[in-house]
Design a protein around this ligand. Structure first.
Ligand SMILES: *[C@@H]1O[C@H](CO)[C@@H](O)[C@H](O)[C@H]1NC(C)=O
Ligand SMILES: *[C@@H]1O[C@H](CO)[C@@H](O)[C@H](O)[C@H]1NC(C)=O
Ligand SMILES: *[C@@H]1O[C@H](CO)[C@@H](O)[C@H](O)[C@H]1NC(C)=O
Ligand SMILES: *[C@@H]1O[C@H](CO)[C@@H](O)[C@H](O)[C@H]1NC(C)=O
Ligand SMILES: *[C@@H]1O[C@H](CO)[C@@H](O)[C@H](O)[C@H]1NC(C)=O
Ligand SMILES: *[C@@H]1O[C@H](CO)[C@@H](O)[C@H](O)[C@H]1NC(C)=O
Ligand SMILES: *[C@@H]1O[C@H](CO)[C@@H](O)[C@H](O)[C@H]1NC(C)=O
Ligand SMILES: *[C@@H]1O[C@H](CO)[C@@H](O)[C@H](O)[C@H]1NC(C)=O
Ligand SMILES: *[C@@H]1O[C@H](CO)[C@@H](O)[C@H](O)[C@H]1NC(C)=O
Length: 812
């Protein structure tokens, strides 16, 4: 008897301490406090919770796997339950009803026809109510993604459903203890040229800017979408954007919070430290606060005078302006003439976040010239621009009335034409030089755009005439076969004058096809010993790799013993020619170097992860990073090591191929290669770009530390800034450089498992999140570890010339 009652008690204790987890809720099954509904993959959970110090109960969704309770959605956010007697039921007409003691706290009111409805929590965090058996998203009776709280999850829309009237907008919690709606919200502000903004009540707080086809106007670096993909949709039924992560395992959310200085923030979950890390936030600087410089003023956070008047304007109240009270803005020095249409004109500005789009008109199908004419006709039209900047620009948008909230951006590409009286235009013309200097960013962007257009045109011409040259195509691929005679002509019969490089696999020549297109031809050494079929198989694989940060293989040529690879020609040669050259390194300032670092990282990530094949480069070094006419970096020689190493299986090789100074210890010593050995080489590249020194350059003057060792020493002594190349001292942005140094040290850590993947490298470089401390790096002394020499017979290690890729192919 006693035993039996003990068992009963035990059973009672167990059932009350273990939450009951449900997969579905049917009409006959309800959810009461203490039970949860779990998503199929176990990512999210719906249940009752109390936020912060509050005793109130709310029905909400949170991450099941994350120990820090992170609520992403609340049903009854403004109407709490006072005790633990809340119960969620699904009634037969397909509506959810949340009750406490028969009082309705919250309910849905779908008008759609319900037939055997079920409630399910999807693994992306969407709570959906649907008819059993019908999983078409369009047919959902109701879904929580239509009623966002303060969090935008991947796959969730932000914007407007014009058909059904949904305003997909996130609204902050009042406080960490109270999920009821606070003042700040983030969503779409409708107008002819709609834009996303953070609002304080009905007032604008910060503008993200309108979508221009590439990015939201105020966030130009969004176009380097390295961790997430954005889709922007606009049609007569809906205008919205949503994002998805490019890296499956990444857990990320965007949240709006009025108690935080980071109002709208994207967080990433860091599994290692079990912590949410900040990835980016808005407002990012003082210029992101709406209208801080008033009408016709523009904001430049990097300048000592944050607010300035546009050309031809002066502060409305010079006194206030002098006291840094800018909100009154600026007024014209000369009035517009208006009545004589021909006497007004426009000044072009590039690289600005466009002004507030509340009073705009959008005409999608007219040219920029017609746009100008139309704007001139209406006296209150103050500016015009292309609404979409892709492919040289299209669409016409016109601004009426005061221009508010202009911001000078780093790296913006969009141009806007601002109306000026003829007299001011004359002045501007005679001061053209000054204008150009005062808007350096604008000028360079304009030039880049021009270069791009020329490049495009050239490419089109090249594409058309190229067809004439091709002998044929390699079976079932698009890889063109070039004719040997043609390449021989193009390179002047492989003349020494045309030689531009020498690597372990052969010699590289510059060539010019009859149509003027420049090419780079790699003539492989005869001794490679690889069969023709294997060669073709490998080359076909490589031909499928397409990424803007990889040099493009245009085709190949095989004739007898001759094997040639034809690549696009990179005008600016290899990166080492810039970094290690006393004169040319001055041309490459920090912002450009930073972009190059990103480009190389993206290209490598593609090789490692995003292409259909997993490719380990194995010979990443500065001289294998080429620069095109716009100084975009492109990795070359990718996969060639692989192409030649049929006997090199995954992970281990008895022929170490690489370049001393860039090789990871486990690769050089034991022949083990992996994506992490490429990450090591990337770390070296990073250090060389920052310091302007070769890894082994320091070794000559009786030094015992190489560059890695030197960087590690400076880091430990807390003076990492001394690593920076004197040539970029002026242009560098200290936090960016510091971050790069930190990341480079993480990449060159001794143990491969400590090094980050390229995906995390990109995340780390692009965010403000905290980084872990690096551990001791590998290969930091000038002397080779003894193992290398003792194993070198076995593993065929190789000459020690810094410039050359070293291989042991000859021995075959
Ligand atoms: C919960 O308490 C608040 C105030 O304490 C009250 O206004 C509200 O009506 C109560 N809710 C219910 C369901 O009794
Ligand atoms: C189901 O709930 C909704 C919302 O509370 C209500 O309008 C509807 O009448 C309910 N249906 C039934 C059958 O109770
Ligand atoms: C609801 O009912 C429970 C138990 O019947 C009671 O303890 C609680 O006070 C009631 N809550 C409200 C708000 O009336
Ligand atoms: C929002 O506006 C109100 C009223 O103007 C102001 O008191 C409050 O500080 C503003 N909130 C923020 C976050 O700026
Ligand atoms: C908002 O920010 C405050 C302060 O940083 C923090 O305590 C709180 O948890 C945040 N709220 C949300 C919902 O993230
Ligand atoms: C603004 O301040 C500067 C000195 O800081 C002074 O020379 C100038 O006269 C002031 N201008 C006005 C309009 O107050
Ligand atoms: C119209 O043009 C004349 C001469 O160009 C100028 O004096 C006058 O101010 C203009 N009127 C308006 C309303 O701008
Ligand atoms: C532009 O589109 C409008 C409406 O879509 C149409 O009426 C007009 O004819 C079009 N204009 C041109 C130049 O194609
Ligand atoms: C100028 O454009 C504004 C805004 O579209 C409009 O309200 C106004 O009527 C236009 N004026 C003329 C003269 O067309």
């Amino acid at each position: 008897m006693a035993i039996l009652s003990f068992i009963v008690i035990l059973a009672y204790i167990l059932s009350s301490s273990l939450a009951i987890e449900l997969d579905y809720i049917h009409v006959s099954k309800s959810l009461s406090d203490g039970m949860t509904l779990v998503s199929q993959g176990g990512t999210f959970e719906l249940g009752f919770f109390s936020p912060g110090k509050s005793q109130n109960r709310y029905l909400g969704i949170w991450y099941k796997k994350i120990p820090v309770q992170t609520v992403v959605w609340v049903a009854n956010r403004a109407n709490p339950i006072n005790g633990s007697s809340g119960i969620l039921t699904l009634n037969s007409t397909g509506n959810l009803v949340l009750k406490e003691n028969e009082t309705i706290i919250w309910n849905t009111a779908s008008q759609k026809q319900a037939k055997n409805p079920v409630l399910e929590l999807l693994d992306g965090g969407n709570l959906v109510l649907r008819n059993d058996g019908d999983s078409n998203p369009k047919a959902y009776l109701w879904q929580s993604f239509d009623y966002p709280c303060d969090t935008q999850l991947p796959g969730m829309k932000t914007g407007r459903d014009l058909q059904n009237g949904f305003d997909w907008r996130v609204t902050c919690w009042k406080s960490p203890d109270d999920p009821s709606p606070g003042d700040l919200s983030y969503g779409l502000v409708l107008s002819d040229y709609p834009e996303f903004s953070i609002m304080n009540g009905t007032k604008k707080f910060s503008r993200i800017g309108p979508w221009n086809g590439l990015y939201f106007g105020g966030v130009p670096n969004m176009k380097y979408e390295y961790i997430y993909e954005l889709s922007y949709v606009t049609n007569k039924d809906e205008i919205f954007y949503s994002f998805s992560t490019k890296i499956d395992s990444l857990i990320t959310r965007v949240v709006i919070n009025q108690t935080s200085e980071h109002v709208l923030t994207q967080y990433l979950w860091d599994d290692k430290v079990q912590h949410w890390k900040l990835f980016g936030s808005l407002p990012a600087d003082v210029c992101d606060y709406y209208g801080c410089c008033g009408a016709f003023g523009y904001c430049s956070a990097a300048d000592t005078h944050v607010c300035q008047c546009l050309k031809g304007f002066s502060p409305k109240s010079p006194k206030a302006w002098n006291l840094s009270i800018w909100t009154q803005g600026c007024v014209r020095n000369e009035p517009l003439s208006c009545n004589v249409t021909s006497s007004d004109g426009f000044l072009k500005y590039t690289g600005f976040k466009e002004p507030d789009t509340q009073h705009t008109r959008l005409i999608e199908n007219i040219t920029l010239e017609d746009c100008e004419v139309l704007c001139l006709k209406n006296c209150s039209c103050m500016a015009y621009a292309n609404s979409d900047i892709r492919e040289g620009g299209r669409g016409c948008v016109m601004w009426f009335g005061d221009l508010i909230d202009l911001k000078l951006l780093q790296g913006g590409e969009q141009s806007i034409y601002i109306r000026m009286p003829a007299s001011e235009l004359e002045i501007s013309r005679s001061h053209k030089k000054k204008v150009i200097i005062s808007a350096t960013i604008a000028a360079t962007c304009g030039m880049l755009l021009l270069c791009y257009v020329i490049y495009k045109v050239r490419r089109n011409i090249a594409e058309k005439s190229k067809a004439e040259y091709f002998e044929g195509y390699v079976n079932d691929t698009d890889l063109p076969m070039f004719d040997l005679l043609m390449i021989s002509n193009a390179t002047d019969n492989f003349s020494l004058n045309n030689k531009i490089g020498q690597g372990g696999f052969g010699t590289v020549y510059k060539g010019k096809l009859a149509d003027g297109q420049e090419i780079a031809v790699k003539r492989l050494s005869h001794s490679s010993g690889q069969g023709m079929t294997e060669f073709l198989t490998e080359v076909k694989l490589i031909a499928k790799l397409q990424h803007r940060n990889l040099v493009k293989l245009l085709g190949c040529c095989i004739r007898g013993q001759e094997k040639l690879l034809v690549y696009e020609y990179m005008v600016n040669g290899s990166l080492d020619n810039f970094i290690f050259d006393r004169m040319k390194s001055k041309l490459l300032e920090w912002p450009q170097r930073f972009l190059i670092i990103f480009g190389v990282a993206r290209g490598l990530l593609y090789l490692h992860q995003d292409s259909r094949l997993r490719i380990i480069h194995r010979d990443l070094k500065l001289s294998n990073v080429l620069l095109d006419d716009k100084l975009n970096p492109k990795i070359s020689d990718f996969g060639i090591a692989r192409a030649f190493g049929v006997d090199q299986t995954h992970g281990n090789t008895n022929r170490v191929i690489g370049t001393y100074g860039y090789m990871a210890p486990e690769y050089a010593i034991n022949g083990l290669f992996s994506v992490k050995s490429d990450v090591f080489s990337f770390g070296i590249i990073l250090m060389e770009i920052i310091s302007g020194n070769r890894n082994r350059a320091l070794c000559h003057a009786n030094e015992t530390l190489n560059l890695v060792g030197y960087a590690w020493m400076l880091w430990k002594e807390d003076r990492p800034l001394e690593l920076i190349d004197p040539n970029i001292k002026e242009s560098c942005v200290i936090p960016e450089v510091l971050r790069c140094i930190h990341v480079s040290l993480l990449c060159v850590q001794q143990h491969p498992e400590d090094r980050p993947t390229m995906a995390s490298v990109l995340v780390m470089l692009g965010s403000k999140m905290d980084l872990v401390e690096p551990k001791e790096p590998g290969f930091f002394s000038c002397k080779l570890p003894t193992e290398v020499s003792s194993h070198s017979d076995q593993h065929n290690i190789i000459t020690l010339n810094d410039e050359l890729t070293v291989t042991s192919l000859d021995g075959r």
